[in-house]
Design a protein around this ligand. Structure first.
Ligand code: BTN
Length: 248
């Protein structure tokens, strides 16, 4: 397997602004990034493997040394848009741009990416306050290849030729840095275009599993909350409160 190299991953990026770590193994790129202080505009951690990869809601993120992407970018974001939705959108766009094709990885609210109705990427965003400024720790996992026993997860091994992972990482970093510098005016429209469950019926399950709403997903608002049309009302629900089921 071709190992990631600094030259390829950071090609064309201004390394005066970026502290970076390209590792063979680490517990979690997010944990590693959290422990480092942010001395430049960006801190980037990429690893071939994670021994304690973390997913959302306290879950584990299976992270073998198998040519997958495990990366974290830490930075201060001054834009008003909801970062968690923006990142999913930027990854989906990076896949199209690197491959030169409409891969159209579908977005599942708030920030999973799916291809053929299987999850191929997950995003874990954490934050910290330092000297009165919020620092975001954005962790991205993209699966190229997983053992057969994990096959309910999606992987993109078939796309590896048109989506070399060093180019995809590079393009995602460019997208995030460009977003952080310039914002993204029509992000909401673009997010909704790539969402795979607009106008479909789904279940919103609250984090305590006690409350379940069934309704039609009508899109998102400027804060990234979902608009769910239930039998009785149009509800606004934030991603911190619940997750959605029944879309794949
Ligand atoms: C999810 O549960 O969908 C989010 C998964 C996020 C996984 C990535 S891999 C790189 C970074 N480091 C971690 O420990 N987790 C994130």
């Amino acid at each position: 397997m071709h190992k990631l190299t600094q030259k390829e991953v950071f090609k064309g990026l201004n390394l005066e602004n970026i502290d970076f770590y390209l590792l063979d193994t680490v517990d979690s790129t997010n944990t590693f990034a959290k422990e480092k202080s942010l001395n430049k505009d960006y801190l980037v951690v990429v690893s071939e493997q994670q021994t304690g990869g973390r997913g959302r809601q306290g879950k584990e993120w299976y992270s073998p040394d198998a040519g997958n992407i495990y990366m974290t970018i830490k930075f201060r974001d001054k834009n008003p848009a909801p970062l968690s939705l923006i990142i999913g959108l930027l990854i989906s766009e990076a896949m199209d741009s690197v491959s030169g094709q409409k891969i159209n990885a579908g977005l599942k609210w708030p920030n999973d990416l799916l291809i053929n109705k299987k999850k191929i990427s997950g995003i874990l965003i954490e934050s910290e306050v330092n000297a009165d400024q919020i620092e975001f720790i954005v962790g991205i996992g993209i699966n190229y290849s997983l053992p057969k026993k994990e096959s309910w997860w999606g992987e993109i091994s078939e796309l590896a030729d048109i989506l070399p992972r060093e180019k995809l990482i590079n393009s995602i970093l460019r997208g995030i840095i460009n977003y952080s510098d310039n914002g993204y005016e029509n992000w909401k429209t673009e997010w909704e275009k790539r969402c795979m469950h607009i106008d479909t019926e789904l279940k919103a399950v609250s984090n305590n599993q006690r409350d379940i709403d069934i309704g039609i997903f009508k899109g998102i608002n400027e804060e990234g909350k979902m608009l769910l049309q239930t039998k009785s009302e149009l509800k606004l629900i934030s991603s911190g409160e619940c997750s959605i089921k029944g879309v794949y």
